[in-house]
Design a protein around this ligand. Structure first.
Ligand SMILES: *Cc1c(COP(=O)(O)O)cnc(C)c1O
Length: 386
């Protein structure tokens, strides 16, 4: 089955639900067992038997089947947020005394988790320069258990050489874990590039409509029991309603992203002509240091990227941002609407050597007409220049 067909077919079972195209939402906490035998079976296999909605629901089961088919993984589990997915993935495989290698470009909330929580659990964490490939071997210690990647990185979009990192991980008996939110499994197949545990924030393109948060972790067969253990013990399940919304988002994910890619290229082409833009951070542009790796391993891209500018006066920045009509300020991305936030790369990195004078904007290009988006940026840049 080709991907577009897969996206319309997976995670449905009309025969079991009065032949409705989509399964209804099983809004529930409790399932009632008709017999003692069923109760005992449910208690023994609470996950498989959908014994309680914190373990699993019909809707989460369908969504997980769909997501693992798309990932090409053995199993997927959905979580209450992307961050919960990251945390559960780490806690599934790390214990006190272990060491984990984290890229300096990691998603900000995950960085905070690693800095503030892992040491409290006796887990040691080393941040590494994201463009490090096979050289990461020099940072591996006898107690290193996980090499984590996020490619390209949040906000600054450094490409990572995941196959090279995975090779080092496997030579050292470590698990290769990667946050694949940017590319989605449509454009980067994690399990074909050595990843053992793949994470996504479903909040972004899977949802696609900015109306919920959710995360997903996919694993190979060997690693699934550990993930399932953590999932059942930490209780960060996704609600049935949200699973149904995610499955609905999945149906149109590819067409949305394809259109957003077109719009993104149009916006980038215009940005390249702007003297105010000192750099464009995305592996899609040929001058990006990660372009070759992106071309080798990826078949597409996300409509989120950053641009570098000279640090503006705060009042000037406010005039620019407050006047934007289509690019609205807000966290997250991957929805149908355009977003833009200012940031300082130095605040998101500790070891990558970003100068505190460098300033940036992160743009997310939505489904609006790119001509309107460019006009919005044009007047914004005029306010920034004034
Ligand atoms: C948004 C995001 C997350 C966190 O997802 P939430 O659903 O907001 O918790 C994790 N990783 C990446 C790369 C993200 O963009």
């Amino acid at each position: 089955m080709k991907t577009a067909t897969l996206l319309t077919h997976v995670g449905r079972n009309p025969e079991a639900h009065e032949y409705t195209v989509n399964a209804p939402v099983y809004r529930s906490s409790t399932r009632i067992f008709p017999t003692l035998e069923a109760f005992e079976a449910g208690s023994a296999e609470n996950y498989e038997k959908l014994a309680y909605a914190r373990y699993r629901s019909t809707n989460s089961q369908y969504l997980e089947e769909a997501l693992s088919a798309l990932d090409g993984s053995d199993h997927a589990i959905v979580f209450s947020s992307g961050l919960a997915a990251i945390v559960n993935a780490l806690l599934a495989f790390l214990k006190a005394g272990d060491h984990v290698l984290i890229p300096d470009c990691i998603y900000y909330s995950a960085r905070k988790y690693c800095i503030q929580e892992l040491p409290r659990l006796g887990i040691e964490c080393t941040f590494y320069p994201p463009r490090m490939g096979a050289d990461i071997a020099s940072l591996v210690k006898p107690n290193t258990r996980v090499i984590y990647a996020e490619s390209p990185g949040s906000m600054t979009l450094e490409m990572q050489d995941i196959p090279a990192l995975a090779k080092v991980a496997h030579e050292n008996n470590c698990i290769m874990m990667a946050d694949n939110t940017w590319a989605t499994p449509l454009y980067f197949k994690p399990f074909q590039h050595g990843v053992d545990v793949s994470i996504q924030s479903a909040t972004k393109y899977i949802g696609g409509h900015s109306d919920f948060v959710m995360g997903v972790v996919s694993t190979t067969k060997d690693h699934f029991p550990a993930l399932k253990r953590a999932y059942l013990n930490y209780g960060a399940a996704a609600a049935p309603d949200v699973c149904a919304l995610a499955l609905r988002g999945l149906r149109t994910m590819e067409v949305r992203i394809k259109q957003q890619q077109k719009n993104t290229l149009a916006v980038i082409e215009w940005l390249r002509t702007q003297p105010l833009v000192k750099g464009i951070l995305t592996p899609v542009v040929p001058e990006d240091p990660g372009h070759a790796i992106w071309k080798r391993d990826y078949t597409g891209f996300a409509s989120v990227f950053s641009i570098l500018v000279d640090k503006p006066e705060h009042a000037t920045l406010a005039r620019m941002m407050d006047g934007l009509e289509h690019f609205k300020m807000g966290f997250s991305w991957g929805g149908y609407e355009s977003l833009m936030i200012p940031f300082s790369p130095a605040a998101y990195h500790t070891i990558s050597g970003w100068d505190s004078d460098i300033y940036a904007f992160r743009l997310h290009v939505g489904l609006e007409d790119p001509a309107d988006l460019i006009a919005d940026l044009k007047s914004g840049f005029a306010r920034l220049n004034a």
